[in-house]
Design a binder for this molecule. Structure first.
Ligand code: CA
Length: 223
């Protein structure tokens, strides 16, 4: 899961990035609206945290422009305490939710989880494929009722694969959605992480769930 944070308060943006990374999200930060708009359109993050008061193009204008371009990524707007007019305007121009600063990270995580699963086909936040179960809330993974320990990146990769099961995903697509925009990730890095993941969730079991689609990428499915 990849989150774009558009926030001109550098310290706050960095604190949000660190907190979200601990929750296994990949996070990009930008400090002005126009750059944020470019990244939101070009990189297709899974969620956008959008401050309203930004230099140059403000958050309301960014949100309106994204929706005008038919970018439907969930948008959680951030603003200073008590700016009710901003709230109304933000929701009017297509934001999905709204938080008043200062907010707790626990509340931020809860709102993000709610927004990210909103467009999913299932309302159940726990993902399952065959006897493999991933719980995004407790960050736990089990196969055949046995707990499996994954690194943060393995967890993020598996979460993304499971959210897109039965879909062929290219390595480039996985780099875009599971790693940071800034990270200089090669497709071979994806191969290494897929191997580690397979060693843990597939190799010890009779039915492999991660399949290589030659010349394209990977698909998570029960064959
Ligand atoms: Ca601001």
């Amino acid at each position: 899961m990849r989150i774009l944070v558009i926030e001109d308060e550098v310290k706050l943006a960095q604190a949000i990035k660190r907190a979200l990374e601990l929750q296994k999200y990949a996070v990009d930060i930008v400090h002005d609206g126009a750059e944020g708009l470019d990244l939101a359109v070009g990189e297709k993050p899974d969620l956008i945290l959008l401050d309203i008061m930004l230099p140059g193009m403000d958050g309301i204008a960014v949100c309106r422009e994204l929706r005008a371009q038919n970018v439907l990524t969930p948008i959680l707007m951030l603003t200073a305490r008590g700016q009710i007019t901003d709230k109304v305007t933000g929701l009017d121009v297509g934001a999905d939710d709204y938080m008043v600063k200062p907010f707790s990270f626990e509340e931020l995580f809860a709102r993000i989880r709610a927004l990210i699963r909103r467009p999913a086909t299932s309302t159940d936040p726990v993902l399952k494929i065959s006897d493999l179960v991933l719980d995004p809330k407790s960050l736990s993974v089990q196969r055949a009722n046995k707990e499996i320990q994954l690194s943060a990146k393995e967890f993020a990769l598996l979460h993304y694969l499971m959210r897109n099961q039965n879909t062929v995903l290219t390595k480039e697509h996985l780099v875009q959605h599971v790693w940071d925009y800034d990270a200089d990730i090669l497709p071979s890095t994806v191969e290494v992480h897929i191997k580690h993941l397979r060693d843990k969730i597939d190799t010890p079991y009779a039915t492999p769930l991660i399949h290589t689609v030659r010349g394209f990428g990977y698909k998570m499915t029960v064959k």
